[in-house]
Ligand binder design. Structure first.
Ligand code: PMT
Length: 405
């Protein structure tokens, strides 16, 4: 089946160029479905697009009797990429602020596919603080903005605001087609960072997890379309933008937050370094220095162990931080904690593991598949971890399909 690109056309003088854009995208081997605003129709007729694409244009008004009553929902299921070209200040503002009052703006809100926008407007409008803020908001949410170009505008002014060249817009679509969206609409919990168990009012037992590994996984998931909840303990680096973050301190807090989200999740990825022990009776004042201090530690509940008892089709992925017998110990954790997959890393090394930008991992699945991945950036390894998780998802889906047949 061909990739379906939804081309949103809004009311600007550059709307006529959308016909060429549609044709060029079809030359990439994609199907094109055009959605037009009412104002766009003042510049170019729907018939042009229908003749070019072979698909009926989705227009601004309500569906006629007998037509699909919820075209914006049907289309969002099929859309692989959404390109809005030209994108007026109006559609940019609506999308940035969650306004849905016609087919295109409603569809944009309902759709989880990668959105690309090619702004085109008068320079003063483009430079207006409100428009700039809206564009910044959209960029932060992962929308790809192409242009605008600088040049002579239809109104006679010269400056930024011209629709980018068609080639640049089509190249952006081509690049976006390479971005995987295989986690679209999935709820994924990621834990990251280290927990801190209080000893007294100012001291704690912690570990050197920086959060980098978990954050990289969360960012990759977000890019690939997942709805991510990031449960973060103590971390050293800035958390990713535009991801729902729940901050926790202790293992118990992480346990409570994870359990409260788990039933609605499709996948859990536990990259956090959870403290195995806590102080039996932490002092709530600062303990004065007076010779030897004996502290009794008690075991923390194991989050993965608890989760595995509540599993109802979710994929559970854990990490194993090992310093010796890495494969054997990792395999034991995979089975004991009833995970679907474990990512084993050797944390005795200084150049990988804790706090480093790099890691070296072995991935082991419950079905016994083992793959080793040499030293690489955590961001690169996060993609590999997700590629493996996708295989588990597909296997799980195939099993369910078999049972239903
Ligand atoms: O944060 P960085 O600096 O980037 O470092 C990344 C990392 C080294 C912390 C990460 O790659 C990693 O290995 N995370 C898991 C650390 C850990 O707690 O491993 P473990 O072998 O002790 O535990 C096995 C699994 O059980 C882990 O998924 C852990 O999250 C989970 N666990 C552990 C204890 C506990 N009480 N409950 C748990 O669920």
């Amino acid at each position: 089946m061909k990739n379906k690109i939804v081309l949103g056309v809004t009311g600007g003088i550059a709307a006529y160029k959308a016909a060429d854009i549609a044709r060029r995208i079809m030359e990439l081997g994609c199907a094109v479905q055009v959605v037009m605003t009412k104002n766009a129709e003042a510049f170019i007729g729907p018939l042009t697009f229908e003749a070019l694409t072979g698909n009926k244009v989705l227009r601004a008004g309500l569906p006629a009797p007998g037509e699909d009553s919820m075209p914006h929902i049907t289309l969002q299921r099929e859309a692989c990429i959404v390109l809005v070209a030209p994108a007026t200040a109006n559609i940019i503002g609506k999308f940035a602020n969650g306004i849905a009052d016609d087919s295109l703006s409603t569809f944009l809100l309902a759709c989880n596919a990668q959105v690309i926008m090619a702004p085109a407007m008068n320079t003063m409008m483009y430079e207006n603080k409100a428009v700039q803020k809206n564009i910044a908001t959209l960029k932060e949410r992962g929308v790809i903005i192409v242009g605008p170009a600088v040049g002579m505008l239809a109104c006679g002014d010269e400056g930024a605001g011209k629709l980018s060249p068609v080639e640049d817009i089509v190249t952006a679509v081509e690049e976006a087609l390479k971005i995987k969206r295989d986690f679209a609409n999935l709820n994924v919990i990621v834990t990251a960072g280290g927990t801190r168990e209080p000893v007294d009012a100012v001291r704690f037992i912690g570990n050197s997890s920086s959060g980098k590994m978990g954050f990289s996984v969360a960012e990759a998931l977000k890019r690939r379309g997942a709805k991510v909840t990031l449960i973060a303990g103590a971390t050293e680096v800035k958390p990713p933008d535009d991801i729902k973050i729940v901050n926790v301190k202790t293992a118990e807090e992480m346990r409570l937050e994870t359990m409260s989200c788990f039933d609605n999740a499709d996948i859990l990825i536990m990259a956090a370094a959870v403290g195995d022990y806590r102080v039996m009776e932490a002092e709530n004042r600062k303990v004065k220095k007076s010779g030897q201090w004996n502290i009794t530690l008690v075991e923390n509940p194991d989050i993965l162990m608890e989760v595995s008892k509540r599993k109802r089709g979710q994929i559970v992925i854990g990490f194993a931080a090992e310093t010796e017998n890495t494969l054997e110990n990792g395999k034991e954790k995979l089975l004991k904690k009833n995970m679907d997959m474990i990512v084993i890393n050797d944390v005795s090394r200084k150049d990988t593991g804790f706090a480093s930008d790099y890691n070296e991992i072995t991935i082991l699945t419950r079905a016994g598949e083992l793959t080793r991945h040499g030293k690489a950036l955590k961001s690169e390894l996060a993609e590999i971890i997700l590629d493996n998780a996708v295989k588990l998802l597909k296997n799980g889906k195939n099993e369910k399909d078999k049972k239903r047949a």
